[in-house]
Design a protein around this ligand. Structure first.
Ligand SMILES: [Zn+2]
Length: 59
């Protein structure tokens, strides 16, 4: 049987990775094209949350 052409197939081709802070899966974005390898968080909020956890000791 052949795959059905019912839904947008181009989403499947995009790379994905899991956010290091919240664990949600994030899909490749054009904005990340340059630094996809360095992307570890799905958003600035997660990035800051992770950083804040690290610095929480000081407070
Ligand atoms: Zn996240």
């Amino acid at each position: 049987m052949t795959t059905r052409l019912g839904f947008k197939g181009n989403k499947q081709a995009l790379p994905r990775k899991v956010c290091a802070a919240c664990g949600r899966e994030m899909v490749w974005r054009k904005a990340w094209a340059k630094n996809w390898d360095d992307v570890k968080f799905c958003s600035d909020a997660c990035r800051q949350r992770r950083a804040a956890t690290k610095e929480a000791h000081r407070a």
